[in-house]
Design a protein. Structure first.
Length: 155
């Protein structure tokens, strides 16, 4: 089997392979959470997107959520309806514009996620505490760059 040539064949490849392996493990962890809680993997991605928006102080409309997940309008409505029936999200009026309907994660969803993902989050944070500020900045820069590169491939 031919091997790639160019920069991808250098020492950086080991880090790229480790990132890929970590991504696979995180996806499997997320899939186990979905299975244990009777959720679809897209439901989990939606809850993560809603919690990320909440942490950033942003409101999420159904349209914005659908765009983030790559869903059409009908798929987004079905997703939100399903999560609402499960008691994991709610539709509320926007704070800045009361005409807008925004989707918010219920506290139950936050608690459910923290119970399952909390130990992994804590362990990851503990690992990062072992690095100095410059190293953490480099790690964040690398991960943000990979995220941006993957998002660009999606478009």
């Amino acid at each position: 089997m031919p091997t790639p040539s160019g920069p991808a064949n250098g020492p950086e490849l080991e880090t790229v392979h480790l990132l890929r392996a970590a991504s696979v493990e995180l996806a499997l962890h997320s899939a186990r959470f979905a299975q244990l809680n009777g959720l679809h993997p897209t439901d989990v991605r939606a809850l993560i997107a809603l919690m990320d928006a909440r942490r950033a102080g942003e409101e999420t409309t159904a349209g914005r959520l659908g765009a983030a997940l790559g869903l059409n309008s009908a798929g987004t409505t079905a997703l939100v309806d399903r999560l609402e029936r499960a008691g994991l999200v709610r539709r509320v009026r926007g704070e800045g514009d009361r005409r807008r309907v925004v989707i918010e994660a219920e506290e139950r969803a936050v608690a459910l996620g923290w119970d399952y993902f909390g130990p992994l989050i804590e362990r990851s944070a503990e690992l990062l505490r072992g690095y100095d500020e410059g190293q953490r900045a480099a790690i964040q820069g690398f991960l943000a760059g990979v995220r941006d590169a993957a998002a660009a491939e999606r478009e």
